[in-house]
Design a protein. Sequence first.
Length: 319
Amino acid sequence: CPQGPSYLVLIPSQLHAGVPEKVCVLLNHLNDTVALTVTLEHAVQGRILLADLEAKNSFYCSSFTIPESASSAYITVQVKGPTQNFIKRKPMYIRKAESLVFIQTDKPIYKPGQTVKFRIVSMDVNFHPLNETVSLITMNPKRNRIFQWPSFRLQGGLSQLSFQLSVEPVLGPYKVVLQKEPGKKIEHSFEVDEYVLPKFEVQVKMPKKISFLEDEFEVSVCSLYTYGKPVRGLVTINVCRKYLQYSSPCSGKYPQSICEEFSQQADDEGCFTQLVNAKLFQLKQKGYENTLQVEAKVREEGTVLINKGTMSVKRDSLF
């Protein structure tokens, strides 16, 4: 069925002062050529964005920037033609453009005497790097300033800084405080403590069931610190099928449990995956438990800290 003439104006619902914006107009299904005008008005001045464009079925865009002193604005779209006469005026919400600033330290906990490294990233509302000037201080738990950078400019929206802790610092939470402008602060916290071995968790993944028809199965072990970083260290996997003590053999001798051990350094993700030969565990043989017990140990590189993870897998009910 035939469609009537239509006008579509595309503009952000919220405009940011001092930041390039764009308005677009779509004219569709017009019977004749019209003159199109788009005007932006604000307290500082008025500006024609699109002026007397003669079009029938077209798509037009225009870029503009609202002065930072403007607090409100109106946009007017006017279409004139032999059979079409249309005008629409609408208020626009203007917000002062604020940069997005992030502070990140290279780790969450430091010990006395270590160097604290951190970076600052600044972006505009369109996530483009912003070269703004800021000031920075670091404060100890007693709210005393220990380092400061009174005024420096971010290059390419990025700056990397560092400072060294004393050998006998005040222990507890420290803050990096960035001052953008009066009343605008961004803070980032980190801890200074005597050396404590970081906690990490060992996770074991493997199939829930194993059939005696299977030739092999996969065991995967991963370890992560509580703050998400992979653990570097030696991973040892022990897979056992234990003998049932109440199943006494005629010879009077009890066979030992069937166990296999695998060991390897964890990869960059803190993981070690091993393909295990299922036939080694005599899955058809009776007198053993119906489950395989898996124990994984991770020894942290450079320390004596060892954490464990366990899991069991059942034989398939077809046994």
